[in-house]
Design a protein around this ligand. Structure first.
Ligand code: ADP
Length: 551
């Protein structure tokens, strides 16, 4: 017997409709690429998004067609999202931190027809254009009549593109399983792969993300999504904020400590979300200028592990709650959040800090387990490491065009429908998960595993250290041993012995790096994470003193 309730297709246009009808005057404040702060509202954003829909239809875009953006977080960028998704087109976020050739490869693979981009990316787009096989329309986010001189065919300024278009269009009216967004993984192994979100998967994920033990947002909040919209939907904030009517503050291209601080204070931000690198920069700025955070209550930190120094700085010195989160593009992206339950109330401060360094528990809809190399389930004892597998309605089943299939039926899953995250983790009896490494980054020393991440997190707190990375390098006796690579703080020259002494007692003795190397800058990848591939390349001929001694 079927239930007798209404068919209400869960399409994302309804999120913006809801915001415009209930929170029409709530603001979306953007730092424009040109510099000045610009303000709009959910009411106006919906009107303009509808004009975008008309402009897209005029370009021949229909259901299932791909519309690409190469842009920072601004209200205009959001207008294109909702304008495209509302008519069933697929919004494809391109990552400007990749090389132009890589971006062109991705745009061709996706079959993008329209490309909307920020003025600052004009040189990249001009460089890419001869390689682009499917893009027919170029739109630059610029005022009326302000399209720059360019070699691009038919380049139009965004405001000219949408001007005088009607603000009436029927959105939705299609199946909730229709594709809504496309985002490529960074492709650290092989070619990037496309993750194709549906309206339903994003909607479920946004409900989950809005929950009290996740972002816990209401219409009283002001949110600064620093995590870019091209990095897995700005961790769902582009949907959650309109869903609950929260004010949004969009940082544009400026993510340095001073610019972020200015927005936090001037717009009275209560919640923000970003990768650790951004918080490292803000922390430095706050210390250098002795500035205080007066409105910020909570920060969501994910994308890579939260360094202990950052966790302590925010919780102990700035009075801001840190929620450590883990996820991946394939998971829409949220997989776990480390929020405390009533059972954690009795914990002393140090135990709480220790627990908060874990990646946390799954919200409802995400299932998770760890297995050994043979696929056998491992215990939830907080000690045993294993490959981390996940399942749920907002997790990838098949990559775009069937790439990356892991079994005979063409999906990226195992026979029981589990997706292998490529992470290695422990899970404790209460469900708190702790990433110990990427499967490809764990250091295999004498048959045992050493977590590079754990050592990095501690080393980054050593005096004079700006950033730290650990990679495994060849050792004749142990296969691999850890090499600690340090980027010193500007003007400081930290000492090898002092850094190793700092680690002493904080990690198992046999995890102690065999050597410490110093570099000017640790290379970061396109999503702000340490680029281990590049480091392994740089240090491929590195010989540990301990290895020479063992030969
Ligand atoms: P990429 O395209 O680089 O894979 P993602 O954002 O999808 O970009 O990266 C997902 C990966 O990032 C995860 O599988 C995990 O290895 C890492 N990651 C994300 N959040 C955390 C975290 N809180 N702690 C440790 N690693 C994390």
């Amino acid at each position: 017997m079927l239930g007798l309730m209404q068919d209400w297709s869960m399409t994302l246009d309804k999120v913006l409709d809801h915001a415009a009808m209930n929170h029409a005057r709530r603001e979306i404040v953007s730092r424009s690429i040109e510099g000045p702060i610009v303000r709009t509202t959910y009411g106006d954003l919906r009107t303009r998004a509808k004009q975008v829909s008309h402009a897209l239809v005029h370009c021949g875009v229909g259901i299932g067609d791909r519309v690409a953006t190469l842009a920072w977080n601004t209200a205009r960028h959001m207008e294109v999202w909702f304008g495209a998704m509302g008519i069933g087109a697929v919004l494809h976020t391109l990552n400007p931190r990749l090389m132009p050739e890589q971006i062109a490869w991705i745009a061709n693979h996706a079959g993008d027809e329209v490309l909307c981009f920020d003025l600052t990316f004009l040189p990249i787009v001009e460089k890419m254009a001869p390689l682009l096989e499917t893009v027919k329309h170029y739109v630059v986010f610029a005022d009326r009549g302000a399209a720059p001189k360019s070699t691009l065919p038919n380049l139009v300024a965004y405001e000219d593109w949408i001007a005088d278009r009607p603000a009436i269009v029927t959105w939705g009216q299609f199946d909730e399983n229709t594709a809504a967004g496309l985002c490529y993984t960074s492709g650290t192994t092989g070619n990037p792969k496309g993750v194709l979100y549906s309206h339903r998967s994003n909607m479920i994920h946004a409900f989950v993300a809005s929950g009290g033990d996740a972002f816990g947002l209401t219409s009283r909040d002001t949110v600064l999504p620093i995590v870019p919209m091209f990095h897995a939907n700005a961790w769902a904030l582009t949907f959650v904020c309109p869903m609950v009517g929260a004010k949004m503050v969009m940082p544009g291209a400026k993510l340095d400590g001073q610019s972020v601080y200015e927005l936090l204070e001037s717009e009275k931000v209560t919640l923000s979300a970003a990768v650790p690198t951004v918080w490292l920069m803000l922390n430095q700025y706050l210390r250098d200028t002795k500035s205080k955070l007066t409105t910020l209550k909570k920060v969501i930190i994910g994308g890579s592990a939260v360094p202990e120094a950052i966790l302590r700085a925010f919780e102990e010195d700035f009075g801001v709650e840190v929620v450590h989160a883990w996820g991946m593009t394939e998971m829409s992206p949220m997989g776990t959040l480390c929020t405390m339950g009533p059972e954690e109330d009795g914990l002393d401060h140090e135990s709480r800090i220790k627990l908060k360094l874990k990646q946390g528990r799954t919200p409802f809809t995400v299932e998770m387990k760890i297995v050994d190399d043979a696929g056998k389930d491992l215990p939830r004892d907080g000690k045993t490491f294993g490959r981390l597998l996940v399942r749920g309605p907002s997790i990838t089943k098949v990559y775009f065009k069937g790439d990356g299939a892991r079994n005979a039926n063409g999906t990226a899953l195992d026979e029981d429908g589990w997706f292998d995250t490529g992470d290695v983790a422990t899970i404790d009896a209460k469900g708190f998960m702790n990433i110990t490494d990427r499967a490809k980054d764990v250091i295999k020393s004498g048959g045992e595993w050493i977590s590079s991440i754990e050592i990095e997190n501690i080393a980054v707190g050593a005096p004079g250290v700006a950033n730290a990375a650990v990679i495994g390098v060849y050792h004749p006796k142990w296969d691999e041993r850890p090499l600690l690579i340090i980027q010193p703080k500007p003007g400081e020259t930290p000492d090898k012995a002092a850094i190793l002494a700092f680690l002493d007692g904080k990690i198992a003795k046999w995890w102690t790096p065999d050597d410490v190397a110093f570099v000017e800058a640790i290379p970061l990848g396109a999503t702000g994470k340490i680029n281990k591939l590049a480091l392994r390349e740089t240090f491929k001929d590195y010989r540990l003193p301990s290895a020479q001694a063992a030969e």
